[in-house]
Design a protein around this ligand. Structure first.
Ligand code: PMP
Length: 347
């Protein structure tokens, strides 16, 4: 791996971060806080939240089998994706490589930050070869993005190829595991110490049922996490979010129950879906959604909208012609979808 200094934008490396009042004093012994220009009334929302979310990280660390200094928390994992560009990629000079198709925010963040985004098409099984991604790199490639299970295809990527990337690429490898809780494949988190160039992304938005609170996680070496912390907004995770996440983390068995129910429903819905006259095929999935090829995706999408049922039309995405991406909902929601689709006639 290139050194972290070589990978980091020189201005970020040299930056002296903003030091907030809560950074400078974070002890609990004091009882009079006149340091942060807060209003003394309207407790507890009057106080700035912990900028480093220590209580929350102390709960997440044992759950994920990592140390607190391996964790960055952000306003959704989208924040961590954006920080990768802001921390490491020089606008107009550096580039990143990613699989295609995949989650759209990598490209949006690249473009916002004026960073070239190099896409490498997956194969017909929606898999990639490390050598193919590596053929797209040059000396200005700072990061490679992979997503496993992948969105919108749903499948997990071949672990051997991801590990091959981690070993052979001397820049950062971001593995987005937003859907890992639904997957039969193991997370790469256990290998965090083995690969200093690995950044794993996870989120509270999917299995944890907390998309509205906006809480994403990035796991990486303490040195990479320190760079994220240096450039993030001082209070990037608000108090209400921290408090709600702490509450949710007390009940991991509830989340396990949801995941099991969704996995059962996924199997049932997919089995029913292939029997529909409008279905061409469903693709194997490891996520809480599946991709289905249908006859005339756009017509079916519009018909479902008219029935008040919204799925994602992916027909214009690479390798996803005539494909709909279908999230697994409650049993009733899934039934409504299947019943509506049974009425679709195919010539
Ligand atoms: N990664 C992937 C692969 C996703 O599909 C999504 C959301 N659709 C995200 C990240 C963003 O998650 P968050 O809500 O944590 O920003």
């Amino acid at each position: 791996m290139r050194t972290l200094k070589e990978l980091t934008r020189p201005n970020v490396w040299a930056l002296k971060p903003y030091s907030s009042a809560r950074d400078e004093y974070s002890g609990v012994e004091a009882s009079v806080f006149l340091d942060a220009n807060e209003n003394p009334y309207n407790t507890p929302n009057n106080r700035y939240p912990d900028p480093l979310q220590r209580e929350l990280k102390a709960l997440i660390a044992p759950l994920k089998g990592v140390k607190e200094e391996n964790i960055f928390l952000g306003n959704g994992s989208d924040e961590a994706i954006d920080l990768v560009f802001r921390a490491f990629c020089r606008p107009g000079v550096d580039n990143v490589v990613a699989i295609d198709p995949t989650y759209g925010m990598y490209q949006v963040c690249a473009e916002v930050n004026d960073v070239e985004y190099r896409k490498m098409l997956l194969d017909v099984y929606y898999q990639f070869k490390a050598s193919s991604l590596l053929s797209a790199i040059d000396e200005n490639t700072k990061a490679i993005f992979v997503c496993s299970p992948n969105n919108p295809t749903g499948n997990s990527l071949c672990r051997k190829e991801i590990e091959s990337l981690l070993k052979r690429f001397d820049g950062l490898v971001i593995v987005d595991e937003a859907y890992i809780d639904f997957s039969s494949s193991e997370s790469l988190l256990k290998d965090l110490d083995k690969y200093p160039n690995l950044i794993v992304l996870q989120t509270f938005s999917k299995a944890w049922g907390c998309a509205a609170i906006r809480l994403g996680m990035a796991f990486a070496s303490p040195e990479i996490i320190a760079i994220f912390n240096k450039i993030k907004y001082p209070y990037n995770v608000n108090r209400l979010t921290q408090e709600e996440a702490i509450k949710v983390l007390q009940h991991p068995e509830t989340i396990k129950g949801w995941v099991n129910t969704l996995l059962e429903e996924r199997a049932r819905v997919m089995e029913e879906f292939v029997k529909l006259p409008c279905c061409v095929r469903v693709f194997p999935t490891d996520a809480n959604f599946f991709l289905a090829k249908v006859y005339e995706a756009t017509q079916i999408y519009n018909y479902l909208v008219s029935e008040g049922i919204i799925v994602r039309n992916r027909t214009n995405v690479a390798l996803c012609n005539d494909c709909l991406r279908i999230t697994i909902g409650t049993k009733e929601e899934n039934e409504a979808l299947l019943e509506a689709l049974k009425k679709v006639e195919v010539e």
